[in-house]
Ligand binder design. Structure first.
Ligand SMILES: [Zn+2]
Length: 382
């Protein structure tokens, strides 16, 4: 019996797969993606896929399923993250997928269970087709806390030739996005009685010098980065903490910084390495870097076989391909950094992702099945 994409999406939405905390949080936890993996495994086995599970952390599974026709053939993978954001602020029932006016409402309908349902139905249709291609499905974990899961996914046992990453892109290929790096800068001073500031070194004043340099020199430099589809790299100082008593000269100050780098910018680790040295030279202040979290950017050639296959499939179904760039991070950036050709594509609008009334248009959901099926055929035949 063939899968129905609307019923399948309803089943997926009913599964609570909220990602409630970072993968680095080792405390007692909810099941997160585990219920979703328990649903997907028998479904994929029923579709005659070989199913493997890799754990990125306790109770944080990746589901990897392969339909192997011939080990010599290339593998095309469809990937969708299994987690959703939480239900805070939602004005509709999150886990009761209601269909009305040509839409389905519920948490994850757009981000990204709609993509997942379309991918599974496309794979179900492709599995009986005579194609020179092996097919893979990846249900990944821990995306919504900053693409934490896929860096811990090991695809080395399988020679994957291309990965379509499901996110709500309104059924258009996304070939580029920025990298992000979040970090703290910390500087120290020397405490003294507030009546004798001359006896101490004020860490807040030191950090003020650093912030002034960032604003006067470094932010304009980042803004000058040139890349197609982007206005430049950015930096924003979003938290400052320092001092603890009104009559003590503060001996420590920290800022939390959000940097977004366009694909032509230096890598995020190189940027950070040079930043502390430049701050010391420019301001005389020694800063240390702490709490780094980063996710790589995406940049795939618009002429690559994967992008051409998707564009051809979109045209085949009467739409005009609109290959683009986005400002948010995805698992595709991680795959790109690992050397896999990856492109982002899926039904639904990013405006609906994480929204109070999250929904997906059913027409887009059906269209995504058709485009993914046609794209795999084109990818297989070149
Ligand atoms: Zn998503």
């Amino acid at each position: 019996m063939s899968l129905d994409v609307v019923h399948l999406l309803q089943d997926l939405v009913r599964i609570d797969s909220r990602n409630t905390r970072s993968i680095r949080d080792t405390g007692p936890r909810d099941t997160d993606e585990e219920r979703m993996s328990e649903f997907l495994r028998p479904l994929l086995v029923g579709m005659e896929f070989e199913v493997a599970v890799q754990y990125a952390a306790p109770r944080r599974p990746h589901v990897i399923a392969l339909l192997r026709r011939d080990a010599k053939l290339p593998i095309l993978a469809f990937e969708a993250h299994m987690d959703t954001v939480g239900f805070e602020g939602m004005t509709i029932p999150p886990l009761t997928p209601e269909v009305r006016d040509g839409r389905m409402y519920g948490r994850g309908t757009a981000d990204t269970k709609g993509s997942m349902a379309a991918m599974l139905v496309a794979l179900d249709q492709l599995r009986t087709a005579d194609l020179p291609l092996n097919l893979m499905f990846i249900g990944s974990c821990a995306e919504e806390t900053g693409c934490e899961g896929v860096p811990l996914l090991d695809l080395s046992p399988w020679p994957v030739s291309g990965i379509i990453v499901g996110e709500p892109t309104s059924n258009q290929p996304v070939v580029a996005h920025k990298a992000h790096v979040w970090f703290d800068l910390v500087c120290t001073g020397r405490a003294a009685h507030g009546s004798r500031p001359d006896a101490g070194v004020n860490a807040i004043y030191r950090m003020t010098d650093v912030i002034q340099w960032l604003r006067a020199e470094f932010i304009p430099e980042l803004a000058g980065h040139v890349a197609e589809g982007f206005a430049g790299s950015t930096l924003s100082v979003d938290i400052i903490q320092g001092g603890h008593k009104v009559n003590i000269v503060p001996d420590r100050c920290s800022i939390s910084v959000d940097v977004r780098l366009v694909p032509t910018a230096p890598r995020e680790d190189e940027m950070l390495k040079s930043l502390t040295a430049r701050i010391r030279t420019a301001t005389g202040v020694d800063v240390t870097v702490a709490n780094v979290h980063s996710s790589p950017g995406l940049s795939i050639d618009r002429g690559s076989p994967l992008v051409r296959a998707l564009c051809g499939a979109i045209e085949l179904h009467g739409d005009i391909p609109d290959v683009g760039a986005v400002s948010y991070c995805t698992d595709a950036g991680v795959f790109d950094r690992q050397g896999y050709p990856a492109v982002v594509f899926g039904p639904g609008s990013i405006l609906q992702a994480h929204a109070a009334e999250e929904f997906i248009a059913l027409a887009e959901l059906h269209r995504a099945v058709d485009i993914l099926t046609a794209a795999a055929r084109r990818f297989a035949t070149g």
